[in-house]
Design a binder for this molecule. Sequence first.
Ligand SMILES: [Zn+2]
Length: 61
Amino acid sequence: MTNYYVNNNAQNDGCHEIHREGCVCLQKIVSKTDLGLHNTCESALVKARKYFAYVNGCANC
Ligand SMILES: [Zn+2]
């Protein structure tokens, strides 16, 4: 199980990216929401969609 986070600030395309704990991208994120522990990126995406309409997985993690 890995802890996932969603960026509270949308990207230029309007999507909110989700990241695993330890991803280098997280260091650049000012405001994020803890999605809790997930076995897969997919289940983390489902949870993130409860907060934001448009969410996407990170390209780096
Ligand atoms: Zn990432």
